[in-house]
Design a protein around this ligand. Structure first.
Ligand SMILES: CC(C)(COP(=O)(O)OP(=O)(O)OC[C@H]1O[C@@H](n2cnc3c(N)ncnc32)[C@H](O)[C@@H]1OP(=O)(O)O)[C@@H](O)C(=O)NCCC(=O)NCCS
Length: 375
């Protein structure tokens, strides 16, 4: 066990456990951009509809696997934390678009980065995955099971989309973000976590054909389907409630919060959550316009951008909150540490590509047809 120095309640009152914090951060978004105008050329939609209903202007589409983006983001996070590969003893990848079912994407990341025998596992809580994975890392640090965890959110959601379904095809994008989690100093670190789910609404967001469930309609293979209105209704309530519970469990009020970093699914959902928390827009980080919904990757991407933009000051109180398929939700309230700049910068990057967003989208559709035996 590591030494026990923290004294504030974490996760509902575990006194005298080691408090965890974030010491490194990094993002990786693929270079190919797919704009709303691009989508107008391949489906019946419009920039005006997408921007007014969601806030999304463009998204990225990757020429790589999920694990490649995860590894680049992780390398950048490790450099920011000044962490050597042999110090990492836990790799958690939050994803609902893994390279494949077995092995975990975390195992690929471990191999790419040469992380020795660090423990590896994927966490699937859809768009809430990063907050869930953060809570797993927090628990492992708190109990001394792990000392330095890489927590990564990484998604290649464009491979799950059907461009014939305009109600989902315009929403999602690819990318990865990563953080290093380790023991906190003093009063900084994780103050409270709040997680929940409602499995009775599990069918409101599904990807069929990825596992053992028998399929009646083969065309549905690997197709993301969603009841957008049901998700919207629940997201507005549960994001606000989860954030409120985490803030209260941390012994704080909404006035104490310096920055909200919400899952980037829809500006209307973000605005409703901010209203519920009585937070002005300058205390809310929004980058959905550039990346769309990158599911489990959206919060760590936003965190890295918020730090880069100087939006997080030493010892700031911040809240992460997310909602997603499951239906799941989760919030984390933490006090940032002293350091808001990276110890080192990594020049890690994805392999280059000349392919445009539209060319990659066409490739995805060809891959889908091949999987369905029609190609
Ligand atoms: C998906 C979402 C943007 C749809 O917005 P909405 O205001 O609820 O829109 P509706 O579903 O009521 O559809 C309104 C109309 O727009 C149409 N439409 C749907 N997608 C469209 C698109 N991309 N372009 C143009 N029109 C579109 C619909 O067909 C419908 O037309 P109709 O009235 O003629 O039937 C919204 O419900 C949402 O964001 N939900 C949450 C989804 C989410 O975040 N999921 C991830 C979970 S983390």
């Amino acid at each position: 066990m590591t030494s026990l120095t923290g004294d504030a309640p974490v996760n509902g009152g575990a006194e005298s456990m080691q408090r965890a914090t974030i010491t490194g951060w990094g993002l990786c978004v693929p270079p190919a951009v797919l704009t709303n105008s691009d989508l107008e050329t391949v489906m019946d939609t419009s920039d005006e509809w997408i921007v007014s209903r969601t806030g999304i202007k463009e998204r990225r589409i990757t020429h790589t696997e999920t694990s490649d983006m995860a590894a680049v983001a992780a390398r950048r996070a490790m450099a920011a934390a000044g962490l050597e590969p042999e110090q990492v003893d836990l790799v958690l990848v939050a994803t609902c678009s893994p390279d494949q079912l077995i092995p975990s994407t975390a195992a690929y990341v471990q191999a790419i980065l040469g992380l020795g025998h660090a423990a590896c596992l994927d966490v699937n809580a859809a768009c809430t995955g990063f907050v869930y994975a953060l809570s797993v890392a927090n628990g492992m640090i708190a109990t001394g099971v792990a000392k330095h965890a890489l927590v990564i959110g990484a998604e290649k959601l464009t491979s799950l989309l059907d461009i014939n379904d305009r109600s989902t095809a315009v929403l999602f994008g690819d990318g990865a973000g990563a953080v290093v989690v380790e023991a906190a100093q003093g009063d900084d670190g994780m103050l409270a976590l709040n997680l929940g789910a409602d499995g009775s609404l599990a069918d409101a967001l599904t990807v069929t054909g990825f596992a053992t469930k028998e399929l009646e309609v083969l065309e549905n293979e690997y197709r993301l389907t969603m009841d957008g209105r049901e998700i919207f209704r629940n997201a507005v309530v549960q994001m606000g409630d989860a954030a409120a519970r985490a803030v209260a469990d941390a012994g704080l009020t909404f006035d104490d919060i310096d920055l909200l970093i919400p899952h980037q699914a829809n500006t209307r959902i973000i605005d409703a959550t901010a209203r519920r928390m009585n937070l002005p827009s300058e205390k809310v980080f929004v980058n959905i316009g550039s990346y769309g919904n990158t599911s489990a990757a959206s919060i760590p991407i936003a965190l890295a951008e918020a730090l880069e933009a100087g939006r997080i000051k030493p010892h700031a109180k911040i809240v992460f909150v997310a909602f997603g398929g499951g239906l799941t939700w989760g919030a984390a309230c933490m006090q940032w540490g002293e350091r808001t700049t990276p110890i080192e910068n990594s020049d890690a990057d994805l392999s280059p590509t000349d392919q445009t967003g539209l060319e990659l989208l066409a490739r995805r559709q060809r891959e889908r047809r091949l999987r369905q035996g029609a190609g």
